[in-house]
Design a protein around this ligand. Sequence first.
Ligand SMILES: Cc1cc2nc3c(=O)[nH]c(=O)nc-3n(C[C@H](O)[C@H](O)[C@H](O)COP(=O)(O)OP(=O)(O)OC[C@H]3O[C@@H](n4cnc5c(N)ncnc54)[C@H](O)[C@@H]3O)c2cc1C
Length: 426
Amino acid sequence: MWSFATEPEFQAQLDWVEEFVREKVEPLDYVLGSQWNIHDPDFERLVRPLQAEVQARGLWACHLGPELGGKGYGQLRLALLNEKFGRSRFGPIVFGAQAPDTGNSEILAHYGTAGQKERFLKPLLANKIVSCFSMTEPQGGADPLVIKTTATPAGDGWVLNGEKWFASNARYAAFYIFMAVTDPDEVPYRRMSMFIVPADTPGIEILRNYGFHGEPEDTHGHVRLTNVQIPAENMLGKRGEAFIVAQTRLSGGRMHHAMRTLAKATRAFEMMCERVVSRFTKGEQLAQKQMVQEKIADSWVQLRQFRLLILETAWLADQTNDWKAVRKNVAAVKAVMPKVLHDISAHALHLHGSLGLSNDMPFSEWLVDSFHVGLADGPTEVHKVTVAREVLKEYQPTNVMFPSYGIAEQTAHARAQYNLAPHQLT
Ligand SMILES: Cc1cc2nc3c(=O)[nH]c(=O)nc-3n(C[C@H](O)[C@H](O)[C@H](O)COP(=O)(O)OP(=O)(O)OC[C@H]3O[C@@H](n4cnc5c(N)ncnc54)[C@H](O)[C@@H]3O)c2cc1C
């Protein structure tokens, strides 16, 4: 059965979220620094009461499934929720659903031991601490097989050495999840394991924090690990299964990111619409110009297409309960996300003229952000290759010179089927 409707009870929650985010959360974006800086006294004063409101409403940290102790809303409702709070930089943390903590809590819930859950997952879910997921290295991110950081057995534990790159949130994290080579002689995808490392472990050094245009602080760490000793119990998942653990966190994360990106692109769209009906040039509204109308129409269509693709993918994920089964769709969502944000932010910037380019508007920030969403969690090119590979798996080669779907052959076939006289050849 097909339906594009939301159940009334959940719609009521979404309506509450929409108003709450616009009225109380969005203003935080203008007055606070990094949303992961939970140590800032203003975070305590301004964000904590809003988090309490969300908890009272039963909407806190909804990303975990029921088997992992969460609400069990499913991906479709999570997508709708993310679309609402994704309007604001502080939205995710006010709802206990900020990356990378969501993904980290997912893998801790999935693969963590009872001890790991007690020590790391419990305070993470309560946002008493924040965390960092660190896989990428200076020599490469798109190809995880170039990872060089090693974890060597030592006593009853491990010693980590290497360098990590663009470790988001490293400076505020209470613990890191590092991917390191434990079995260099194994087949490529069995060489690495995942480790939970408390941030105050000796030997961890943030060499520099990097940032980009639009971010209030530099929070992406270049991290060096020198003889970092950790006990055996800090391995997350099984030895050699880092890729399996990483995949568990990535699919849901990409979907939630997509809905939040949709929310941002929708804001850009709303701003551009308001502007073109308000601004006049050569005696008429900008909105009367056909080339302006084309941008509005293209943007609206792009937004709706993107939204439908995300919702269909989320719905499929709920049906199958298996991210692998919807790999193609998730990769498609991830691949199209940067283009939607890029195109709509660019149109919004352009249609606001000089004001659009200025620092008083968010468009150049969102344009840069479109490159962020095209790189983080894997570059667009890699996801497009996944889409194509998955699509083409459904096709078999033929061994005939001319395809059977040629019109002449199809016509002959149809005529034979319906017992019609063959075509007269002229
Ligand atoms: C804002 C932000 C936050 C991030 N946070 C984290 C984090 O918390 N933890 C973490 O581990 N990593 C993080 N990353 C790193 C991210 O995963 C990498 O940036 C990404 O995997 C790309 O790697 P790279 O930056 O080394 O680029 P490269 O791999 O050097 O890619 C360079 C260029 O080549 C293109 N390219 C790459 N592969 C292919 C291909 N197969 N075909 C064609 N073109 C290709 C890329 O699109 C890009 O244009 C973050 C990145 C960003 C931008």
